[in-house]
Design a protein around this ligand. Structure first.
Ligand code: NAD
Length: 360
């Protein structure tokens, strides 16, 4: 028996609202076109929820997120809420959902459409054909490790954090990365600081031991500082990179910057059953919010990832990815990636993508 898939839509603040509206247009179209048994529900989150309910993540939203097969998350935040205490700040919604849903695997693809290589800070011959996937551990490591704290009654005062990973945490994130490499170009680079950190040495040993289960994947290891350098010098050597929370955070931002267009990059955060939250890599962009000029392709790509990983619709996901590619190849642009004044407003992008899918 086919089960109804539940999709929770959380547009959030600023351009989050605008880009999510575009993704909803595409989603509504594919549901109708393919007669998909999907149930969608939209709710407030972030600053918007704070204004309505006094909290950025109402209990009801969290419960719906836990029930959903996929959560589409726009972006949250804005100067209006910057001075609130942490539990009231819009960004808290994001971290609460990640934590409460145990979304330990963060998948951040970084790819370049060659037509947009002029937007990259790197030379065309280095960046051309870039297509990498960074798999970042998201619920462990130094960001959550205990003990942590600031001691201010000593001389000198000090602060400390704990970087800790157990074997199970390393295995489950490495498994996601090995399997992703199997579906891509069969190369996995595990990144740590095994030369100085015990936890990294342990990470390397566990990942190495697993590699015999994946004979079709070529496993390599790089130290985090070298990996950061290699991403800039020769990014095309990579296929899939797996890293801890801290190193993955840094490397995925470097990789995103290489493409030069933050409005193009999606992300997925998955639990062990492949339920997940899907969001663009960018924030709420208060500087351009309300102007109908945001690029919604990262959000539409995030929808495509949701269809692929959580909603069992790989074919439809492929169609959306192809449509985005054709959109760019046909010369359509949004303001952030346009070289002149010839660009589509946010509100017309989904219509164009749908037209391309229909003709495809
Ligand atoms: P940002 O990603 O919102 O914006 C950075 C720059 O990129 C801005 O110049 C913006 O105009 C541009 N940009 C972002 N998205 C774009 C799009 N779709 N199309 C075209 N241009 C786009 O980062 P920021 O300015 O550092 O943060 C703004 C707010 O967003 C802050 O409140 C921050 O806390 C929040 N934020 C939220 C998330 C999230 O919800 N996941 C992530 C990052 C930042």
């Amino acid at each position: 028996m086919l089960m109804t898939k539940n999709i929770l839509i959380l547009p959030g603040d600023g351009v989050g609202q605008e880009v999510t509206a575009s993704a909803i247009e595409v989603l509504d179209f594919i549901i109708k076109e393919n007669k998909l048994d999907f149930l969608t529900k939209s709710m407030s989150v972030g600053g918007q929820a704070y204004e309505e309910f006094g909290t950025p993540i109402p209990e009801e939203v969290l419960n719906e997120a836990k029930k959903a097969d996929a959560v589409l998350f726009g972006a949250v935040g804005g100067p209006k809420w910057d001075d609130l205490e942490w539990d009231k700040r819009p960004e808290n919604a994001l971290l609460t959902i990640r934590k409460e849903l145990n979304l330990f695997a963060n998948l951040r693809p970084a790819f370049l459409f060659n037509e947009l290589s002029n937007a990259s800070p790197l030379k065309e011959e280095i960046i051309k054909n870039l297509d990498i996937l960074i798999v970042r551990e998201l619920t462990g490591g130094i960001y959550f490790g205990e003990p942590r704290g600031v001691i201010i009654d000593q001389n000198p005062n000090y602060a400390f954090n704990t970087m800790v990973y157990n074997e199970d945490e390393i295995r489950r994130i490495a498994k996601v990365a090995f399997e992703a490499a199997q579906k891509r170009n069969g190369k996995l680079c595990s990144v740590e600081k095994a030369n100085v950190l015990e936890v990294s040495k342990f990470w390397r040993a566990v990942v190495s031991e697993m590699s015999s289960d994946y004979p079709d994947v070529q496993l390599t290891h790089q130290l985090a500082d070298n990996a950061a350098m290699q991403l800039v010098l020769n990014p095309n050597q990579f296929d899939v990179i797996v890293a801890s929370n801290l190193f993955g955070d840094i490397l995925s931002d470097i990789a995103a910057t290489l493409t030069g267009s933050i409005g193009m990059l999606p992300s997925a955060s998955l639990d062990s059953t492949f339920k997940g939250m899907y969001e663009p890599c960018h924030g709420s962009a208060p500087d351009i919010a309300g102007q109908n000029i945001a690029n919604p392709l990262a959000m539409i790509s995030s929808l495509s990832m949701a269809l692929r990983y959580s909603l069992n619709q790989e074919n439809i996901s492929d169609k959306i990815d192809r449509a985005i590619k054709e959109f760019i190849q046909s010369g359509y642009r949004t303001k952030d990636i346009a070289v002149d004044d010839n660009y589509l407003p946010t509100s017309e992008v989904a219509e164009k993508i749908i037209e391309i899918i229909k003709n495809g």
